[in-house]
Ligand binder design. Structure first.
Ligand SMILES: [Zn+2]
Length: 353
C-alpha cells in the first residue's frame, strides 16, 4: 500500500513550477547560460552526477586552511576580507525532502531569465543576489532522489512521508525517525532504502566527518572549504515544521547569533506576506550530558570554512499531522524569502568587517 504511495493523496496535482527530479536538475544545468561557474562537482556512491552552479565572483583563497588560519589568530590567512561574500545552498541531502530542490530550481530560473518557474520576477531577491556569490548544489544526494517517486510530500500522510524519507527495515516495518539512526550505515538492514541514504546506506548528516564514508559528504565539505563560504544553507524538510532555522551546537556564539538574526529577518519579512516562519531559536547552551547533541554535517561544515552553517526545516504539508499545511507555492516562497534575507545579511556583514 505504502509502496505505491496511494494511502494519502499521492495524486495531489504537482504545479508546473515544482521541478525536483534528477532530469529537471540536469536540464537546468545543461541550459544555464549565466552561471559564472558550473560543473559536475563529483559523483554519488551510485555513480550519479552531482551538479554545481555558481553565480558571482569566486573568492581568492589565502595560504592556510581555516584551522591553521585560526591557529595563526588571523582568519584572513584562509580568505581575505573585502571579497564578495559567498552563500552556498544545498538541496536534498535527504532526498525525499524535495522542497529545497524546488526552491533552488526556481532560484536558478530567476537568475537565468529574470523570472521564476511560475513566471514571476522578484526584484528584492535579484537586487540582493548582486552583492554575493551564490553556489548551488540542487541535489546533493541523487541516489536517494532516484528512489523517491512522489515529487513532493504535500498532501501525503505521515506514514507515507516516513516510508519515502527513512524507508523500511528488513521486516517491512517503518524505520521511522529518529529510530532510523540506531543503525548506520543501514545497507543490508532494509527492505526499502529511504531517501535519507546514498546507495551505500549512508546518511550524510551523520557521516564520520574525520574520515568520511560517503563521497557526497566529502564533496560538500570540499565545496564549502574551497569556496570559503560565509553562509551555508542546508535545505531540509521537517514534516509540518513552520520553516525553522535550527541552531547547531559546537559552533561559535557569533554563528548562533547570526542564525538568530537571520531567522528574525525571515519572520519579519514573512509577516508582511502572511507567511509565518518559526520563532527564532535561542542560542544553545554548551553541549553536555551523557547523550550530547550530535556533531552533524551542519556543524562539520562550519569547521572547514567558518561559515554560518544552518539547517532550514521547511514545511512539507503532511495532511494527517497537526501544524501548518502550506501549499507548494507558499513553501517555495518561504525559501525565496530566506534566500533574499541571507544574501542581504551576508553583504551587510561583509561591509561591517
Ligand atoms: Zn532532513
Amino acid at each position: 500500500m505504502l509502496k505505491n504511495g496511494n494511502e494519502g493523496s499521492f495524486d495531489v496535482e504537482v504545479p508546473s513550477f515544482w521541478k525536483t527530479s534528477l532530469f529537471d536538475v540536469e536540464y537546468a544545468y545543461e541550459h544555464a547560460e549565466k552561471a559564472t561557474d558550473k560543473c559536475i562537482f563529483g559523483y554519488s556512491a551510485g555513480g550519479r552526477p552531482i551538479y554545481m552552479l555558481a553565480y558571482g565572483p569566486k573568492k581568492a583563497r589565502g595560504l592556510a586552511n581555516y584551522s591553521s588560519a585560526l591557529g595563526a589568530h588571523d582568519r584572513t590567512c584562509y580568505a581575505a576580507s573585502g571579497q564578495t561574500p559567498t552563500v552556498v545552498i544545498i538541496g536534498a541531502e535527504h532526498a525525499a525532502e524535495t522542497e529545497g530542490v524546488a526552491a533552488i530550481m526556481n532560484l536558478i530560473s530567476l537568475l537565468e531569465s529574470g523570472v521564476d518557474l511560475a513566471g514571476n520576477t522578484d526584484e528584492v531577491l535579484l537586487n540582493a543576489v548582486r552583492n554575493v556569490r551564490v553556489v548551488l548544489l540542487p541535489i546533493a544526494n541523487p541516489d536517494g532522489r532516484a528512489r523517491i517517486v512522489p515529487e513532493a510530500m504535500v498532501g501525503l500522510t505521515g506514514k507515507e512521508l516516513r516510508y519515502w524519507a527513512q524507508g523500511t527495515w528488513s521486516d517491512g516495518s517503518l524505520c521511522g525517525w529518529p529510530e532510523c539512526k540506531r543503525v548506520h550505515p543501514v545497507l543490508g538492514r532494509t527492505e526499502f532504502l529511504g531517501g535519507y541514504y546514498n546507495d551505500d546506506g549512508i546518511n550524510v548528516m551523520h557521516d564520520n566527518f574525520f574520515h568520511p564514508m560517503a563521497n557526497e559528504t566529502q564533496l560538500i565539505l570540499d565545496l564549502c572549504e574551497d569556496e570559503a563560504a560565509d553562509f551555508v544553507l542546508h535545505l531540509h524538510g521537517g514534516s509540518n515544521s513552520m520553516g525553522d532555522l535550527l541552531q547547531p551546537y559546537y559552533v561559535t556564539r557569533e554563528v548562533n547569533q547570526s542564525i538568530y538574526d537571520l531567522s528574525a529577518r525571515c519572520v519579519h519579512t514573512g509577516e508582511r506576506e502572511g507567511l509565518e516562519f518559526g520563532t527564532p531559536r535561542a542560542l544553545p547552551e554548551v553541549a553536555k550530558g551523557e547523550n550530547p547533541p550530535t556533531f552533524n554535517l551542519v556543524c562539520a561544515v562550519h569547521h572547514v570554512c567558518g561559515a554560518v552553517s544552518v539547517c532550514y526545516e521547511s514545511n512539507e504539508c503532511v495532511i494527517d499531522e497537526p501544524g501548518r499545511h502550506l501549499t507548494h507555492a507558499q513553501i517555495v516562497r518561504m525559501h525565496m524569502i530566506l534566500f533574499a534575507e541571507c544574501f542581504a545579511f551576508a553583504a551587510e556583514k561583509e561591509n561591517k568587517k
